[in-house]
Design a binder for this molecule. Structure first.
Ligand SMILES: [Zn+2]
Length: 149
């Protein structure tokens, strides 16, 4: 028995179900590379991420990751897709740190806190009776005056 197919009907690897599946998988992988993926359902802070945050974004609260998750879950496609969620998280944390550092009164990361510089008073301005006190504002002299009344 002969089985004739016309050239247009001839089966090719392209049309083979398995080949088509493989091509589909490759295409899907490629799509993920190009368009990214949604935030994984479980996006947890690992020990490595915690260590990174301690070194690079020491002032950012842990709750920043909750905000990150909510923000990206609420975001529609295509902006809600990222090629690298770990990099996206690091970028979020850096922006949070930068925002904190721009706030007035920011005194530097806790880990870099310098000892309060010793207050230097010129000798001519120093109280003659109380070392380290300014004559003009010497609280010890004032309290002695009050006691002497
Ligand atoms: Zn004094």
């Amino acid at each position: 028995m002969t089985f004739l197919t016309s050239p247009t009907e001839r089966s090719t690897t392209r049309d083979h179900p398995r080949a088509r599946d493989a091509q589909g998988a490759a295409r899907r992988r490629n799509d993920a590379d190009v368009r990214g993926t949604r935030l994984p359902a479980t996006f947890d802070v690992t020990a490595e991420m915690e260590e990174w945050a301690r070194r690079n974004t020491p002032d950012v609260a842990q709750s920043a990751t909750d905000a990150f998750r909510d923000y990206w879950r609420a975001r529609p496609d295509p902006e809600g897709r990222k090629a690298d969620w770990l990099a996206a998280w690091r970028g979020w944390m850096r922006r949070e740190q930068a925002t904190i550092e721009r706030q007035p009164g920011y005194r530097g990361p806790a880990r870099q806190t310098a000892p309060i510089a010793a207050i230097r008073i010129p000798v001519e301005a120093m109280c003659r009776d109380h070392r380290g006190h300014r004559a003009a504002t010497c609280g010890l002299c004032r309290s002695e005056r009050i006691e002497a009344r």
